[in-house]
Design a protein around this ligand. Structure first.
Ligand code: OOG
Ligand code: MG
Length: 257
């Protein structure tokens, strides 16, 4: 592995995110491995934490075929969530704060105890306090929303916002729930929770595995975003976006200038 100066690259993705200004892909000028991408990600999140944001969990990416096909990457990835990314259910976001945001229908888990790998799916689900319908707002900081695996990892896997609906107890079988992403009442993406690794519980197991390997096992009170069940939809000013998950209910937000 060639030595790469992590700090300036972490600053570049962090600044691009806070200013909502696109930057060229890192790999256009600097060869980085996915491992170095994770180092850049960790350093960029540290900058947010030093500004006062709080870690609140983990997001999984490329856990469905639809997402892998849309972005042309077939490795699972994970990113770090902070409280600065929370968008309240029903609120609006301002387009000016984003480069080129997209929305994807997801399911969120809330943990009531820590989860350190290795864990089985049953053990992982036993640590779940509640589940909720959710939407992830992704916003690549790279021009044209194009990137390599290492680039997207360095950019915290395009994390930008999470919108989480009302928490539900975990009585529902999560393995095959219908999910509909609507914009202004028109269905734009239709899928099923089964698209998420065959069962969203597997995404939670993977989150425990990857975050434990990074020395940051999942904590009680953390949220885990299981990953988009369908391709993401590009957002425009005026949109009202809603994800309805069978048995779990709906969550939504709108987009203003
Ligand atoms: C990377 C993030 C992928 C998911 O749910 O699969 C992701 C991207 O597509 O920009 O969040
Ligand atoms: Mg996502």
């Amino acid at each position: 592995m060639t030595d790469v100066a992590i700090a300036p690259l972490a600053e570049a993705v962090d600044t691009a995110a806070s200013k909502a200004e696109a930057i060229p892909q890192i790999s256009e000028t600097t060869e980085i491995t996915p491992e170095q991408g994770y180092d850049i990600q960790a350093a960029s999140i540290l900058r947010r934490v030093e500004r006062g944001e709080k870690r609140i969990g983990v997001k999984m990416g490329f856990t469905s075929r639809a997402k892998m096909v849309q972005m042309g990457i077939s490795d699972m990835i994970w990113g770090r969530l902070t409280d600065g990314m929370i968008v309240e259910d029903g609120d609006s976001i301002s387009m000016a704060d984003y480069v080129h945001p997209r929305a994807e229908p997801e399911i969120a888990f809330l943990l009531n105890r820590p989860l350190e790998a290795p864990v089985t799916a049953a053990e992982a689900m036993a640590a779940v306090e509640a589940v909720a319908p959710a939407i992830e707002i992704i916003d690549s900081r790279y021009r044209d929303f194009k990137f390599s695996l290492a680039d997207v990892v360095a950019d915290n896997c395009s994390s930008s916002g999470i919108v989480v609906g009302a928490w539900q107890s975990v009585d529902a079988d999560l393995t095959n729930l219908g999910m509909i992403l609507e914009i202004d009442g028109r269905p734009r993406q239709i899928g099923s929770s089964a698209a998420i690794l065959g069962n969203p519980a597997r995404s939670l197991v993977a989150a425990a595995r990857l975050s434990t390997a990074a020395g940051e096992p999942l904590e009680a009170g953390w949220i885990v975003m299981a990953g988009g069940a369908t391709a993401a939809e590009a957002l425009s000013v005026g949109d009202y976006v809603r994800n309805t998950v069978q048995r779990l209910g709906a969550v939504g937000f709108s987009v203003t200038e």
